[in-house]
Design a protein around this ligand. Structure first.
Ligand code: PHE
Length: 343
C-alpha cells in the first residue's frame, strides 16, 4: 500500500490529480484512514506494533503530498507566467477619468497668474492660535471684529499654549504674520487655503477658501496695490476692460483699508466682469498696518506693504457662472459636468 500510494503521489500530473490521491488515502473513506480505524479492534500488543506503523505511514504520506504539491504549484506558476504576457504597446481602453475640482483649478490659475508677477505660494496651519489669527493682526481680545468672525474654537490639542486658545483660522491673514516672522523682506507671497466660520446658507459654508496676498518692500504704495489687483483681475477673468473702484474701508490690520469693487455688466441674464453698468465687491485690501509690521519685528519707517484677501469660491462662481456655493462641496458629478468639470 505504501509503495502504491507514494508512486501515485509522485505520478500526480496536476493539483487536481494530487488532491484525488490525498482523498483516496487520507480522506474520510481513505485507505489509510480505514487502516487507522482497525486499531480500535486490536489487542494491546497488536496495537503497540500497528499503531506507530500506521501513524508513521500517515505522516510519510502527508509529507510526500506536501512536497509534491509545492512542486506542482511552482510548475503551475511557471506555466502562467509563460502564457500571461502583458502587451505594453496596446492602446489604453477609454474610461472615465477624474478632473480637477473647480476650486483647486481656480487656486492653480491664481498661483500661476501670481507666479508671473513674482509671488511665491505660502502656507499656514488651518488650526491656528489666537495670536496669529487675531492679536498679531491688531485684533485684540474684546475687539468687535472678533465677533464678526464667527470663530470656531478648538478644545484639546492644536497649537494653542503660549499663543492663546486654538481656533480654526477665520481668514488667511495669519499667513501674513507667519511669513513676515519667518523671512526677511522683500516679500511677495500669496496664500490660498481653507478658512472656517460658523455660518451656513446659500452664499456661506462653514468651510470656504480664501487667497491672501502680501507684498513687503521699501516704498510700497497704494498704487502698487491697484496695479497688482488690476493685472490679476484682468488675467483671471480674461477681460481687457476692467475698472476697479477703491472704497475706503476698515480692517484692523490695514491702514488705510480699502474695499475693492469691480465694474460689471449684464450678459445673458447674469452679471459678468467688465464694463461699468454695476459694481460688485470682490475683495478686501489695504496697506499693512504699522502695528502689524512692528508685531512681526519690521520697522515701518523702512518697510511698507500691501495685503489683500478674497474668496476663492466666489471668484470661481463669478468666473464659471455657478450660483450655489454649497454645491461646490456636494461632490455631485452632474453639477460638476454641468459647469464643464468632471469626467
Ligand atoms: N482677512 C480679511 C477678511 O477675511 C480680508 C483682508 C485681507 C482684508 C487682507 C485686507 C487685507 O475679510
Amino acid at each position: 500500500l505504501r509503495t502504491d500510494l507514494l508512486a501515485a503521489i509522485d505520478g500526480a500530473a496536476d493539483l487536481t490529480a494530487l488532491e484525488a490521491v490525498r482523498v483516496a488515502a487520507l480522506g474520510k473513506a481513505g485507505q489509510v484512514t480505514a487502516l487507522l480505524k482497525t486499531l480500535g479492534g486490536m489487542t494491546a500488543e497488536q496495537r503497540q506494533v500497528a499503531g506507530p506503523a500506521f501513524n508513521g505511514l500517515r505522516e510519510e504520506l502527508s509529507a510526500a503530498l506536501a512536497a509534491r504539491k509545492a512542486v506542482l504549484e511552482a510548475a503551475a506558476l511557471e506555466a502562467r507566467l509563460a502564457t500571461e504576457r502583458l502587451d505594453m504597446s496596446l492602446p489604453v481602453l477609454p474610461g472615465p477619468r477624474g478632473t480637477v475640482h473647480p476650486i483647486s483649478q481656480v487656486m492653480d490659475e491664481l498661483a500661476e497668474i501670481f507666479a508671473d508677477l513674482g509671488f511665491a505660494v505660502a502656507e499656514g496651519p488651518e488650526i491656528e492660535d489666537d495670536w496669529h489669527n487675531f492679536t498679531a493682526l491688531n485684533i485684540p481680545e474684546e475687539h468687535p471684529a472678533r465677533a464678526m468672525h464667527d470663530t470656531f474654537y478648538v478644545t484639546g490639542g492644536g497649537p494653542a499654549g503660549a499663543n492663546g486658545r486654538a481656533v480654526l483660522r477665520t481668514h488667511t491673514s495669519p499667513v501674513q504674520i507667519r511669513t513676515m516672522m519667518g523671512q526677511a523682506p522683500p516679500i511677495r507671497i500669496i496664500a490660498p487655503g481653507r478658512v472656517y466660520r460658523s455660518d451656513s446658507d446659500a452664499t456661506h459654508t462653514p468651510m470656504f477658501h480664501q487667497i491672501e496676498g502680501l507684498v513687503i518692500d521699501r516704498g510700497i504704495t497704494l498704487a502698487h496695490l491697484r496695479w497688482t489687483l488690476e493685472t490679476f483681475i484682468k488675467a483671471f477673468f480674461e477681460v481687457d476692460d476692467v475698472t476697479l473702484r477703491f472704497r475706503p474701508s476698515y480692517f484692523p490690520f490695514t491702514e488705510p483699508g480699502v474695499e475693492v469693487d469691480v465694474g460689471c455688466s449684464w450678459q445673458g441674464g447674469r452679471l459678468s466682469i467688465g464694463g461699468s453698468e454695476s459694481w460688485m465687491e470682490i475683495l478686501g485690501s489695504g496697506m499693512v498696518h504699522p502695528k502689524v509690521l512692528r508685531n512681526c519685528g519690521l520697522d515701518p519707517e523702512e518697510w511698507q506693504g500691501f495685503a489683500f484677501g478674497t474668496g476663492v469660491d466666489r471668484l470661481a462662481m463669478l468666473k464659471y457662472g455657478m450660483t450655489d456655493l454649497r454645491a461646490f462641496f456636494d461632490g455631485d458629478l452632474r453639477w460638476l459636468r454641468h459647469y464643464g468639470f468632471g469626467a
